[in-house]
Design a protein around this ligand. Structure first.
Ligand SMILES: N[C@@H](CCC(=O)N[C@@H](CS)C(=O)NCC(=O)O)C(=O)O
Length: 244
């Protein structure tokens, strides 16, 4: 059994998609981010960056020993699950394919994800009088990353050729292009790739799980002091529901 700590955001979808694709047995645990669930001592022990997604695998492969294995950061989670199931990633012996996998995983978590996250912040949550510069800056970066993906998809149906964890990691932030104020019109390969992934039954199930939790886990503008004014002090462990 795998515990999945998630919240209905694009970063949260990634691990859910992989768990649904592999058919692994998992238990979704909703994180109420605007209420500070990510700062409880138990969660910080699993995810020291105080962000979801995170997983705890209570039945790791024998090579890991008997203790449960916890993993934070979406790229690390998907890689761990791919290695556990031997699915959706090239084998470790295929050095060149594996190198390409790493490049696209790191590209997503270091580029497309953070730029999309900042774009969402400046579009949806920043105070009105502070929106313009940030919105333009991150819309440009988000668009640039769509261009990178468009180029990569030339002659390929998926990022590595075959559907893999690289697609699962990149898809959620491309899926929400429109609500972010961006357009896929200039990126026909990305648009078709997005449509191919969206119609996968496992992806649909993951999206449905997140939609069903939307109102419970949503970032609340009125409680943005927890999410949007963080510092090292924010990491001080606190009990559930304690927001300041
Ligand atoms: N690089 C991380 C990003 C995860 C992330 O940013 N999670 C956000 C929600 S989308 C979160 O948990 N935020 C809680 C907070 O900032 O306090 C990953 O890919 O797993």
């Amino acid at each position: 059994m795998i515990d999945l700590y998630f919240s209905p955001t694009p970063n949260g979808w990634k691990a859910t998609i992989m768990l649904e694709e592999t058919g692994l047995d998992y238990r979704p645990i909703l994180m109420r981010l605007s209420e500070g669930d990510q700062f409880t001592p138990d969660f910080l022990a699993i995810s020291p960056n105080a962000k979801m997604p995170a997983i705890v695998d209570h039945s790791p492969d024998t090579a890991w020993g008997k203790e449960p294995v916890s993993v934070f950061e979406s790229g690390a989670i998907l890689l761990y699950l791919a290695d556990k199931t031997q699915k959706f990633a090239p084998p470790q012996t295929d050095l060149r394919a594996r190198k390409e996998l790493m490049e696209w995983l790191f590209w997503q978590v270091g580029n497309q994800g953070p730029m999309g996250g900042q774009l969402s912040h400046f579009r949806n949550y920043a105070p009105q009088d502070a929106r313009d510069y940030g919105f333009k800056r991150y819309l440009g970066e988000y668009d640039r990353n769509l261009g990178v993906l468009e180029n990569r998809l030339e002659g390929r149906s998926y990022i590595l050729g075959e559907y893999s964890i690289a697609d699962m990691l990149v898809f959620p932030w491309a899926f929400i292009a429109k609500p972010l104020g961006a357009s896929l019109d200039a990126f026909p390969r990305v648009r078709d790739w997005r449509a191919r992934i969206k119609e996968r039954p496992a992806v649909q199930r993951a999206i449905d799980l997140h939609k069903s939790q939307q109102n419970r886990g949503q970032h609340r503008v009125d409680n943005n002091k927890v999410l949007f004014n963080q510092s090292a002090e924010t990491l001080r462990p606190r009990s559930k529901g304690e927001t300041t």
